[in-house]
Design a protein around this ligand. Sequence first.
Ligand code: ATP
Ligand code: MN
Length: 536
Amino acid sequence: MVDHTQATKTISLDQYGIKNAKVRYQLSPEQLHDLTIAKEQGVEASSGAIAVNTGEFTGRSPKDRFIVKDDITKDRVWWGNINIPFASDKFEKLYAKVVDYLSDREVFVRDSYACADENYKLNIRVINEYPWSNQFAYNMFLRPDEEELKNFSPEWTIVNAPGFMADPEIDGTRQHNFAILDFTRKIALIGGTGYTGEIKKGIFSALNFVLPVFKNTLPMHCSANVGEDGDTAIFFGLSGTGKTTLSTDPDRSLIGDDEHGWTNENTVFNFEGGCYAKVINLSRDQEPEIYDAIKKGAILENVIMDANGNVDFKDTSITQNTRVSYPIHHIENIKVPSIGKNPKNIFFLTADAFGVLPPISKLTPGQAAYHFISGYTAKVAGTEAGINEPLPSFSACFGAPFMPLHPTKYAEMLSAKMQDAGVNVWLVNTGWTGGPYGIGTRMKLKYTRAMITAAIDGSLEAANKDNYHVHSVFGVKQPRTCPNVPTEVLSPRTTWNNDEGYYKAAYKLSESFRENFKQFEEYANQDILDGAPNVK
Ligand code: ATP
Ligand code: MN
């Protein structure tokens, strides 16, 4: 055990209104690990990782995410049920209550930063009620060195008090939990929920406003990796579609698994310093890199273990959204620093539970913009509270809950950049094949990996040049052959063995796309509109 009584550098939190707190500043992950166990807030798994329960919330709560409506945000944010306005005076009052709650307590403070590119560095001070939340911040944000810490001046502050419960009537929240961004005060205020994902996605949402508005840089909900030749690939997709799984590739260096910026200097950089992987059904056989990243320093969330501390990754009795966070250096093959050149290939990942979309297809620029704005997946159970069965879901820019601006702002930037960089854009269905959920099965990970490899190394294009099959409903170019993938897998219709049923499902999905896109039609040019699927 580490001696926690030893005096280390500490700081005062008076300026935040947190009085008389016992401040635990910049503890090492080992110290936080030990403290979590000492406080009986977690136990050590046989892998050496710490395992915690996040409490009532085991996923984000998008309905309780607010943005303070002020001079900076009022005319810029796309207000609605994704970006819910919160009054500035209400924020001030709630903030006062939260810091009062944290006063006189032991609190954990960490200075860190986001954005691996020096020019975009955003210094963050994280103030946590719990040691394991603070360790999460160590894992997920970038870690300043000793020198940087000496003169560290925080720009944004995260105040994270899972044990504080709001009173909706008085505080103006929807219920007792909340995540509120204030762009004037530069504070992310999180209370009533211990789900750690709120911490990282709070800063992501802040960057999704700040970077396009003030820095002319495109923020993206995507993972990224780079090959030996320096060719970057990025993978957009909603939760559970495979961003983390597919970017973690032994043959390609990982840039990051979830949040990146695409600059006007032709680079892509990671916002984060760690990964946050789903561990449902995780096996060493299928995903060895992620499996082996679960060691001392990693934090497992909401998993079930036996008496020997062995995790049963199949057990979803707490949640389907079991997770692990680890610093990026737990993965062997990483790019240091986490920056790559302009992407050569962009993958839009979707987990189509209706089994309609081809496992891989090539998109025209118009189709790419259409699919980016649509952001289709079938919401698989898990990351959000209250979703337990698959539903068709459209989330603009493959990340609407984190995008404060109107989706077309991001789409315009992406289209311009894609054109400029001359990228190939691929739509990859990591979801169902052989029929819909319940009848078919999930696409084999090894096939998806083989398709992505073939797209990146050019062999997919070479094998299908001028001979792609154009999908009769979605209009996308479906390859006829792909190295290391059985041919019949490439045609979803063939895998169904029921043409009538397949086309019925395909047209039904097409209708959903068109229905959803109506809200964006007025912003789209003819090229983009032509990217829509056909109707019967
Ligand atoms: P989030 O935004 O919530 O982090 P994500 O896009 O990173 O989500 P992953 O963590 O990569 O999603 O989850 C993909 C899950 O789907 C993993 O559990 C993976 O094992 C599983 N999976 C099964 N089949 C496939 C496939 N063919 N391709 C990708 N992932 C697959
Ligand atoms: Mn992920």
